[in-house]
Design a protein around this ligand. Sequence first.
Ligand code: HEM
Length: 421
Amino acid sequence: MSISPRTMEEVSTLGLYLPPGPVDEILIPSGTISDTNRPLYEVVAQYGNTVHAVINGVPIIATQDPQIITYVLVDQRKEFLHGYGSSLEAVFDGSWILLPHEPHRDARRKISPAFNPTSLSGLYSTIERVIDSHINEWLSKGNFSCIEACTGLTLEVIASLIGLPKSDYAKYRELYPIISNGAYHPLGSTELANSIIARTELIQMVARVIADRHNNPANDFTSLMINAGFTDQQVMSQDIVLGFAGHETTRKVIASAIMELSRHPELMQGIMHERASENNLSNVTFRPTKNMGLTNRIILATLLSYGPATLLPRVAQVDSTLPNGFQIPRGWQVKLFMESMHEKIFGNRDFDPKRFLDPTDEQRKHFAPFGLGPHACIGVGLAMQEAFLVLQKLCDYTWQTTINPSGKLPKDIEIKNFSRI
Ligand code: HEM
């Protein structure tokens, strides 16, 4: 449910105390959602950690301050609802992740068991089988696009955890890029229309799995959600969300780690040594802890340098007063610059697994590549397990990467001569 944002006139009549920002509205040509965020980074660079701006008529508060980010995501979470935007909401239509605070919390409680360590350990062999089959495919190709390969792998992990039959994997793989692409284009665009058509097709595939699971329960997410009491409609939209949230993110992390490993052969040696000495999958964590294993540190370093969640969006449900005294007017968008916040607390975001050997208290507290609070990533355990398994398996192989210098990472990484050592 959208609430109309307070106008500047109301803000001034009520005497709300805004953080600094440009007096004039910023006008940019209409385009993709990410375009509208770019000028905000300049405003933050010019005016300070927490700023306000009006961009194309939309009033926004942006911040890279860790305290304010925690305030919005955790302490005063009920005052802020997700702000995904109408295109993403159309793609996620019907999912519990869009619900207001309390129904969201109740639905999340029901689905959480699917992602706890016990469930994940039951799914381990499925995940491993998918990874092995993809690495074999990479071997037979030798040269391939890294992001394409990682997209195929991460999507198939989700497809198999949802319970789709193998015969549907190719179609699933074909539909997802169309669904994802639409989510980043405005309402009324052809891309979003195509995305909704592809989504409908995907829902039909998922509906067949749901119908089957009512009679033949299996060890997969779909059965788990049916058992938890979700309606068929909710399971369908949830399966769409899992595919979206689970592959766009994880593929970027795995592809970026693959690139860094080819630049740092000594890390490959280290992973090989670690793999031989102990099986530490159960210790894998997204929380920086002292003396954590090398593979885990490589994943955290990759999340810091190339983490997909650069910005988390929220919308203020009430006039809210921040700990530093500034106020966020009701209905205003709130953009939390996670990447910039990480850069501040770590000094830079250069890839360096050593920095996680002995993280400071501040780094431990504020490192949040999977978000914070009630909407924090539900699939964190799955993502960490998947990345860990891929990296440990890759030490039996060798490859080179080439990167188009003008390209956007990790989209332009090409793998050459992928072969067994
Ligand atoms: C490296 C991989 C991943 C990263 C960095 C990541 C990051 C995030 C972040 C930052 C959020 C919070 C969004 C917000 O607060 O607005 C989130 C939410 C979510 N993630 Fe992930 N994610 C990853 C993998 C996955 C996987 C594998 C799945 C499931 C298969 C998943 C499912 C979800 C869902 C369902 C939510 C919404 C939770 C809610 O609203 O309660 N994610 N993720």
